[in-house]
Design a protein around this ligand. Sequence first.
Ligand code: F6R
Length: 258
Amino acid sequence: MKKTIQTTSTHKKLKLFQDAEAASLFVAHQIAELIRDKEKQGKTAVLGLATGNTPKGVYQELIRLYKNEGLSFKNVISFNLDEYYPILPDDQQSYTYFMRQYLFKHVDIKEQQINIPNTDFSEKGIAQYCQDYEDKIQSLGGMDFQLLGIGRNGHIGFNEPGSDFESKTRLVNLDSLTREDAKAAFGSLDKVPEKAISVGVQTISKAKKILLLALGERKSEIMQQAINGEITTEVPASFLQSLSQAEFVLDASAARAL
Ligand code: F6R
């Protein structure tokens, strides 16, 4: 059922950049600053991470900071937002593979501090697995920082249109547009899984800081809805309007329709 929230606040937290590189550097530097601050305090930094095309520039800059500027990931505990179901971690389309390729194998994060939903088991155990994933995040005090991309249908993580704002980590059905957009990576539509495990909208909303990064023209229409439209479960990213710790980071192309 569609749910909406009324908000009287017109204050929208927007960070606009001229291009994808500038926006990505901004996000990477926010993450690096958090990691360094936590390190100084002798604490861990709990990061919620995303996959897809959007965060690649962020991860590239984090790798550069690790290699050239002494940024260490030893105190980082990471939780990825989502993973296809079913898929094997070694499949090239899996998000486990993605994270290894685009970030983890290049930095000094400890293997045991990486968390990515693992879908290499039968559907029977999934509810418990999802509960454990959720509990692990909450036992660490929730995410210190959550990085998000956005789907063309407004999804965050794989919280597709219609996802409840109270949702937690669970098995979800993928939207047809999401599967269509994944077609190129999988080679054909019938190879794209119909399900995924995703952390919930509520899980995301508990993060202490949230940055949604949107790059390129193809995200411009959904960004207009997510930022200026009604807060509705039909556009899960619109929920971020109601969260004071959430910001939208856009390049000029993604901001074109605002
Ligand atoms: C991926 C994820 C998704 C993507 C979104 C945008 O972990 O959570 O919500 O952020 O589908 O994907 P790209 O960046 O490929 O356009």
